[in-house]
Design a protein around this ligand. Structure first.
Ligand code: NDP
Length: 449
């Protein structure tokens, strides 16, 4: 494990002591602190104001009871979370995740990452994240609605377009945002469009928001490829997951001339050498909310489903983990290297374990962290807030061009910052340092708050 700068060791020790048992949060903090060693030497003013220590402590953490009634009339109970991590650059901004694995440590890791990601976009948004251990799988639309309404009945008092603006994440798409927005509107008697992003187009949503995280990740990789005079044309790509991020990453890769030959869900992966049929994938995973094996069955022909292996065994030039945290470990990374993979870019948040990142780097595989590569979602959320504030709506093409521009700028800033701080080509260091400096300078300016 790389050593931390001596000034950062007590900071990390304090994070571990204050947040026991929150392994994902420790992992996310450790990665950022490792990148900050060259900054500490260059900027003593941050240490004087304890900026890094303060950054590691959320401004506010909210945990609440979410009772609701299922279709059989039984009372169900879940736990809701919102971690308002840092508001130095703007209102807290970050998605809501509904998944049984959600607990405070997951929400904190996501919220912490979100601070730097949001800073990198150059848009005026702070960092936060939330969710619940509610499992939407197998629940009826009525149950989902009642859960969302109960969740918002507590959360609403902490939100506002100038305070805290959630969006979707795993298990939370436009349908759930709709139910939560409806309940917020009802309780507050305000049509406050800017309080949630990821809305439908007819009720305050933005063009390209649905596609933004997947498209943005692919735009980022396009820049990485262009930096060495290369492109997606003819490249074999593997994308894990088959949710919102994965689906639109696949769509954009196909538009740019690449071929996605494998994708997955939590039950297995499918290999389709002819290229994933996106219409079929959307039908199965979005409309029918089915399993990846249904895709293989309906596709017939050469598509095969694998339920007891790893998607990273499939040879490719570019790999995009777009499912969930720590899904790409050292074993997977070794397989990618052996099979000649050149680029790994994170569509998901922290999908690559620290050991896997090290292994990829040592093997010369170019690696883009989620903070930079998947920032397209939150960027377009901020564009949605802009449109809501000006009561305007932009065209698809204009919004997509803005997204592409933002991803280009994040790419260039990451790589230039890495160079400036003595880590040429290191997107992890570049993204962490560039995001940190932006937030740290604002924190210094705002005083000890
Ligand atoms: P979705 O719920 O739409 O999709 C998640 C996908 O990942 C599903 O296909 C799910 O399978 C699959 N999955 C979950 N766990 C596993 C696992 N252990 N192994 C394999 N597949 C798994 O979520 P999103 O696409 O929105 O989010 C995916 C990732 O991207 C998350 O890390 C999220 O934080 C991140 N992200 C999302 C943004 C957004 O705008 N939505 C923005 C930035 C980052 P199944 O169908 O079986 O559940």
């Amino acid at each position: 494990m790389p050593v931390l700068h001596e000034q950062l060791i007590p900071v990390f020790d304090e994070v571990i002591a204050r947040n026991p048992g929150e392994a994902e949060f420790h992992q996310a903090v450790r990665e950022v602190l490792e990148s900050l060693s060259p900054v500490v030497g260059k900027h003593p003013e941050y240490a004087d104001a304890e900026v890094i220590r303060r950054l590691c402590e959320p401004e506010r953490q909210i945990i609440f009871r979410v009772p609701w009634t299922d279709d059989a009339g039984r009372v169900q109970l879940n736990r809701g979370f919102r971690v308002e991590f840092n508001s130095a650059l703007g209102p807290y901004k970050g998605g809501l995740r509904f998944h049984p694995s959600v607990y405070l440590g997951i929400v904190k890791f996501l919220g912490f990452e979100q601070i730097f990601k949001n800073a990198l976009t150059g848009l005026p948004i702070g960092g936060g994240k939330g969710g619940s251990d509610f499992d939407p799988k197998g629940r009826s639309a009525g149950e989902i609605m009642r859960f969302c309404q109960s969740f918002m009945t507590e959360l609403y008092r902490h939100l506002g377009e100038y305070t805290d603006v959630p969006a979707g994440d795993i298990g939370v798409g436009q349908r759930e945002i709709g139910y939560m927005f409806g309940q917020y509107k009802r309780i507050t008697n305000r049509y406050e469009s800017g309080v949630l992003t990821g809305k439908g187009l007819s009720w305050g949503g933005s063009q390209v928001r649905t596609e933004a995280t997947g498209y943005g990740t692919v735009f980022f990789v396009k820049e990485m490829l262009a930096a060495t005079g290369d492109s997606f044309e003819g490249k074999k790509v593997v994308v894990s997951g088959s949710g919102n991020v994965a689906i639109y990453a696949i769509e954009k890769i196909h538009q740019l001339g690449g071929r996605v030959i494998a994708c997955s869900d939590s039950s297995g992966y499918v290999v389709d050498e002819a290229g994933i049929d996106l219409d079929l994938l959307k039908l199965v995973k979005v409309e029918q909310r089915g399993r990846i094996s249904d895709y293989a069955r309906l596709r017939g022909g050469g598509a095969r489903v694998v339920t007891d292996g790893s998607i990273w065994d499939v040879p490719c030039s570019v790999a995009l983990p777009c499912a969930t945290q720590n899904e790409l470990d050292e074993v997977g990374a070794r397989r990618l290297v052996e099979n000649g993979c050149q680029i790994v870019a994170e569509g998901a948040n922290m999908p690559t374990t620290p050991g896997a990142i090290r292994l990829l780097r040592e093997a010369g595989v170019r690696f883009a962290p989620g903070k930079a590569a998947n920032a397209g979602g939150v960027s377009t959320s901020a564009l949605e807030m802009q449109q809501n504030a000006s009561r305007d709506s932009w065209s698809f093409d204009y919004t997509e061009e803005r997204l592409a521009e933002i991803m280009r700028s994040i790419h260039d800033r990451s790589i230039e910052t890495a160079e400036e701080y003595g880590a040429p080509g290191d997107y992890v260091a570049g993204a962490n340092i560039a995001g940190f400096i932006q937030v740290a300078d604002a924190m210094l300016a705002l005083g000890i708050v």
